[in-house]
Design a binder for this molecule. Sequence first.
Ligand SMILES: O=C(O)C1=C[C@@H](OP(=O)(O)O)[C@@H](O)[C@H](O)C1
Ligand SMILES: C=C(OP(=O)(O)O)C(=O)O
Length: 430
Amino acid sequence: MDIIVRPTPKLQGEIGALSSKNYTTRYLLAAALAEGTSTVYYPAHSEDSDAMRRCIQDLGAVLEEDDEKAVITGFGKSPRNVKELNVGNAGAVLRFLMGVAALSEEVTFVNTYPESLGKRPHDDLIDALGQLGVQVDHNEGKLPITIRGGSPKGGRITVSGEVSSQYLSALLFLTPLLAEDSEITVTGDLKSKVVIGQTLEVLGQAGITIHADEDYMFFRVPGGQSYKAQVYTVQGDYPGSAAVLAAAAVTESDVTIRNLAEDSKQGERAIIDVLRMMHVPLTHENGNVRVQGNGRLKALEFDGDTATDAVLAMVAAAVFAEGTSRFYNVENLRYKECDRITDYLTELRKAGANVEERQAEIIVHGRPEGVEGGVEINAHYDHRVIMALTVVGLRSKQPLRIRDAHHVAKSYPQYFDHLKALGADVEWVK
Ligand SMILES: O=C(O)C1=C[C@@H](OP(=O)(O)O)[C@@H](O)[C@H](O)C1
Ligand SMILES: C=C(OP(=O)(O)O)C(=O)O
């Protein structure tokens, strides 16, 4: 399915934020790794969170769900033997479950998105699991991947943080369950470091003890622990909401998103500060973010690694800012659903934006007068490219047609419904 995004000068209304993807995957996993029955309130419903639901059930968790909650009886340290797992296009789900698979005899992760997740590297996690004595067969560090776990005992592990924080999160979920203590040393620069704060927060809620150095470069993990069955509540999602807030920022608007906690550990809450720095009129009180956009934005410089999954939305806003913006320290955007620097900028240029790339930077020469549009956009299987190009389309002179925009459902299936409710002129076409 394609979406047509037509110029929309005004957005107005109120929506509730979608539920956080990163907390949903973590709570579902923590519940599966517990032996009793946990409840997860307001879990996200999207392709990635459904991938976690499906896989933990394949591994032996029992899940019952109604409109507000998932009730999960976990398998503890003993996942059921399963031949294959299919995580769809979900990177974090794959990496976390590669850790869990170390507790199984033999599991193969199949490759159902050869053009997206199928191209992403997992070498650093494969290497770390190898240090625990886990045998991993792989296709040059990529899917399909077969893990022969058995009974790793724990010990000293080093893992590179240069490409993704998800490898470290996977080890932090696994090692507490091993018989012996572990020590994890991170080498290189740890990318998306703030996300590790979310992992540690969830592990703490699950009753797991981890001794972490303040810089998250070294961890002591006592072995022989068990996850406690708990009641969790998923908070609102900043990365997805960032795209809606960017849309409000580039139009004449009065848009409110509810349920975005001021004290959230999601790094992408930086969208609030970034829009403020861009002089976008905005308030954030009692979990409600209200943008009263006037279409005028100022350029800024920003360390994108602190808000990895919101950078594309921020760049889309910068396309219409006065002056030149620079988003630096973003090299790991290249290892996502697509190369979110080269592929994304290719599509932005098609729409008429003036952008430049460096290995680890995106530079945007703003066009407050708007961009031409009137072209077809390749989504590159990437929900965040789809959301960000939609923001650009709202302020293009001619409509944009985004091909295969249904991939938005990886994290935010109701994105276009939410935008429509706010008055955006968007239409699905076959
Ligand atoms: O741990 C997680 O849930 C995630 C970590 C981040 O990945 P990287 O650490 O690869 O940047 C983020 O981009 C991804 O959407 C989710
Ligand atoms: C990169 C993302 O997810 P993942 O790495 O889990 O596929 C994302 O949600 O933007």
